[in-house]
Write a protein that binds this ligand. Structure first.
Ligand code: PBG
Length: 332
C-alpha cells in the first residue's frame, strides 16, 4: 500500500526508464478501468414528447420505455453490467403525499420490468427517494416546511418493495434519511427478498453539482429551499465517514460517495477504512462540466476516461457515470 522506501539516488533511479515505450507503460500500469466497473444512469419519462436531450447535459437523452429497452441492449452489447433507472413522472402524479412512488405502475417500475424483459441478465439499480413524485421536489415528505424523517422512511420502504417486485437487483437509497438502510434491510428479509443488494448513497453531500439532474427529472423548478437538512455539509469529512459506518452497520452491501470528483479524498478514505465495495457517482454537474468543455473545444475527449480512471485510483470499485456507454465503447 505505501510506496517502497528504497529509492536510490539519481542516476541509479531514473523513473523515466519505465515510461519509454507503450509496452513498458502498459506493463507497469497500476490501475485499470473496464466496462465492468460502470453503472449507467438512465432517465426515463412517461410524458409524451418529453424524451428530449437534457439541455444542461448535452448528449444525454431522457428516454421512453422503448428507449430504456434500447439502452438495455446497448449496455449488454458494451459489457456494462447495470443500468440505474431515474424516473421523470407526469405533473399530475407529483403530490404532497408522494403516493405514486410505491405504485407498481409508476414509470420507474415499468422501466425496471422493461429492462428485465429485454435483457434479463442485465442488473437494474434503482433510486429510492421521493423527489420524482413529490410536489415540492424534496426527497422526503414535507410537513410545515420540515422534511419528516420516520414517515419518509416508511414511504421509502414501500417504494423499495415495489421496485423489488418489479425486478430490481440493487436498491439505491439516495434520500439521506436516518434509519432507512436498516428499515429497508428488515423489510427485504420480511418479504423474502434476502438476496436483493443495497448500495447506499452513504456519503452524499449537499452539492451544487446536482443541478442538471434536477432539470432531467423535472425537479428544479419545484424544489422549495435546499436539501441541507438531510444531505451532508461538503465541509464535513468525519460526518461523511460516520454515515458510511452507520449504513454498513444497518445492512448496506455497498456504499457510494457522491458527488465524485470533488470528493476523491472521501472515496479513498472510505475504501481504506471500511474495505466494503465502494462506488462513486460522477454526477450530472460533473458530466456537464466535462462534456461542455469538450464541446467548446476547451478540452480534449481524453479527459473523459481520465476522470473515470481517477475514481479507480482513489480506490473505487465502480462508478456511476453518464459517460458509461461512451466510456465502454472507448475501452472496447
Ligand atoms: C435524488 C437524487 C439526486 C441525484 C441522484 N438521486 C439529486 C438530489 O439529491 O437532488 C443526483 C444525481 C446527479 O446529479 O447526477 N435523490
Amino acid at each position: 500500500m505505501s510506496p517502497s522506501p528504497i529509492l536510490p539516488p539519481f542516476p541509479l533511479t531514473r523513473l523515466r526508464r519505465l515510461r519509454r515505450s507503450e509496452a513498458l507503460r502498459e506493463m507497469v500500469t497500476e490501475t485499470r478501468l473496464t466496462a465492468a466497473d460502470l453503472i449507467w444512469p438512465v432517465f426515463v419519462t412517461e410524458i409524451e414528447g418529453a424524451d428530449i436531450e437534457i439541455p444542461s447535459m448535452p448528449g444525454v437523452q431522457r428516454v421512453t420505455l422503448d428507449g430504456v429497452r434500447a439502452a438495455a441492449e446497448r449496455a449488454a452489447r458494451l459489457g456494462i453490467p447495470a443500468l440505474c433507472i431515474f424516473p421523470h413522472s407526469a405533473e399530475e402524479l407529483r403530490t404532497e403525499g408522494c403516493e405514486r412512488a410505491w405504485d407498481p405502475e409508476n414509470i420507474g417500475n415499468r422501466a425496471i420490468r422493461a429492462v428485465k424483459e429485454t435483457v434479463p441478465e442485465l442488473m437494474v439499480m434503482t433510486d429510492i427517494a421521493l423527489d420524482p413524485y413529490n410536489a415540492n421536489g424534496h426527497d422526503g415528505i414535507v410537513r410545515d416546511g420540515v422534511i419528516v424523517n420516520d414517515e419518509t422512511v416508511d414511504c421509502l420502504t414501500r417504494m423499495a418493495m415495489a421496485q423489488v417486485e418489479a425486478g430490481a437487483d440493487i436498491l439505491g437509497p439516495s434520500d439521506m434519511m436516518d434509519g432507512r438502510i436498516g428499515a429497508l434491510r428488515m423489510a427485504l428479509e420480511r418479504h423474502g427478498h434476502s438476496d436483493v443488494a443495497i448500495m447506499s448513497y452513504a456519503a452524499k453531500f449537499a452539492s451544487g453539482f446536482y443541478g442538471p439532474f434536477r432539470d432531467a427529472v423535472g425537479a428544479s423548478g419545484r424544489l422549495v429551499g435546499d436539501k441541507k437538512t438531510y444531505q451532508v455539509n461538503p465541509a464535513n469529512r468525519e460526518e461523511a465517514l460516520r454515515c458510511v459506518a452507520r449504513d454498513l452497520s444497518e445492512g448496506a452491501d455497498m456504499v457510494m460517495v457522491k458527488p465524485g470528483m470533488a470528493y476523491l479524498d472521501i472515496c479513498r478514505e472510505v475504501r481504506d477504512r471500511f474495505g466494503a465495495p465502494t462506488f462513486a457517482y460522477q454526477v450530472s454537474g460533473e458530466y456537464a462540466m466535462i462534456e461542455g468543455a469538450i464541446r467548446q473545444g476547451w478540452l480534449g475527449r481524453e479527459v473523459m476516461l481520465e476522470s473515470l480512471l481517477a475514481f479507480r485510483r482513489a480506490g473505487c470499485d465502480g462508478i456511476l457515470t453518464y459517460f458509461a456507454p461512451e466510456a465502454a465503447q472507448a475501452l472496447a
